[in-house]
Design a protein around this ligand. Structure first.
Ligand code: SAM
Length: 341
């Protein structure tokens, strides 16, 4: 019998959703545990809520997605560096090849707390890139945000270790909240220039455990540019077609800044992502209200062909766009820490 999965492989067809978007980017959350309690993300009292799969299960899922055209895999959480077996997992991902026969682009998003010791082993295992989340460049403020004392020095040491390990350019992501850390904008400009990292500001989205989001708290792209200009003006540079961040350099060419503006300038039309949660559910959008249980099918003994067909069917249902800020907005069925950002 001619099977749709085999037909796709024979034709080397990629995952394309019903809006014509090619899905090339898979994010896998390998735990929803986190060692930070960032005030805009976590409530401070809620711990992990979802199961973790074995690393072998995540790898089987990754292999299936790669066989369907995924070229980038980002490991996230929770805090992915808490997960035992991460380095070996990166090594296994490093053995996989895209449909074009190229190595995967393998990235990790981390709070950086454990990165100083892990950057080199991760780079040796085949990690391509690392993104470190940092919401202040001041030790006292950093502790207030993360609710962990003395994290700042450790995270900066992690950033530098990643650079030494060749995971360049290291990206530093900062979520801006009005009246909370938006005064850090010029300090981040200085940090980008002095440390040689790409600092990317992210607009705050309604994905937190404590429902504190409101449109007034979001610091929009134009305002970030304006406030950075008081430090030093930025000039926009070209970005890749599916790149979510708008890219800028300072006028003297030293230091790169990115702005990811899902609220003020949504980029859903170019979205190339799909996510797997720590408990093995597929999410086709950060704001999905429905999940698709891949782990359950795997545990029930489904074949690779059956799972690949399920993935294609699910991707086809990917939401056209999010509805942040619109009347009737329905919150996502999970918050960021339990999805995997
Ligand atoms: N623990 C890792 C880390 O800190 O990068 C990975 C998981 S964390 C949930 C991923 C990213 O999501 C972080 O950069 C965090 O700042 C961001 N994030 C969390 N809540 C967010 C929100 N409501 N809006 C925008 N970004 C958010």
């Amino acid at each position: 019998m001619w099977h749709p999965f085999r037909a796709r492989i024979a034709k080397r067809m990629f995952l394309i959703d019903k809006f014509g978007r090619r899905i090339s980017d898979l994010r896998i959350s390998i735990t929803d545990r986190c060692n930070y309690k960032c005030v805009y993300c976590r409530s401070g009292s809620d711990g992990p809520q979802f199961a973790e799969l074995s690393i072998a299960d995540y790898l089987r899922m990754a292999r299936l997605f790669v066989s369907l055209g995924i070229t980038k895999v980002r490991l996230t959480g929770g805090e992915p560096l808490l997960r035992k077996g991460l380095v070996d997992m990166v090594g296994e991902l490093g053995q996989m090849r895209t449909l074009e026969g190229e190595p995967l682009d393998i990235a990790v998003t981390t709070n950086g707390h454990l990165l100083a010791d892990m950057a080199q082993p991760l780079a040796d295992a085949g990690l391509s890139r690392v993104t470190v989340s940092m919401d202040a460049v001041d030790a006292v403020r950093f502790a207030r945000i993360t609710r962990v004392p003395s994290g700042y020095e450790q995270v900066v040491a992690g950033v530098r270790a990643a650079q030494r390990a060749g995971l360049n350019p290291v990206k530093v992501n900062c979520v801006l909240l009005r009246g909370f850390n938006d005064d850090q904008i010029p300090a981040f400009g200085k940090f980008a220039r002095e440390e040689g990292v790409v600092v990317r500001f992210i607009e705050f989205m309604p994905l937190e455990e404590d429902r504190v989001w409101s449109p007034d708290v979001v610091v929009p792209l134009e305002e970030i540019l304006q406030r950075m200009a008081d430090f030093m003006p930025l000039r926009e540079i070209r970005r890749g077609d599916s790149e979510t961040a708008r890219r800028y350099v300072f006028e003297d060419g030293v230091g790169e800044i990115g702005i990811i503006a899902p609220v003020s300038h949504p980029f859903c039309g170019h979205c190339s992502r799909v996510r797997i949660t720590s408990d093995g559910k597929i999410r086709t959008c950060l704001f999905s209200v429905r999940e698709h249980d891949l782990a359950l099918r795997m545990a029930a003994g489904a074949s690779d062909e059956e799972l690949a067909d399920f993935i294609c069917h699910v991707v086809d249902q990917k939401e056209e766009r999010h509805h942040i800020g619109e009347p009737g907005f329905v919150p996502a069925s999970r918050t960021m820490v339990h999805i995997g950002g």
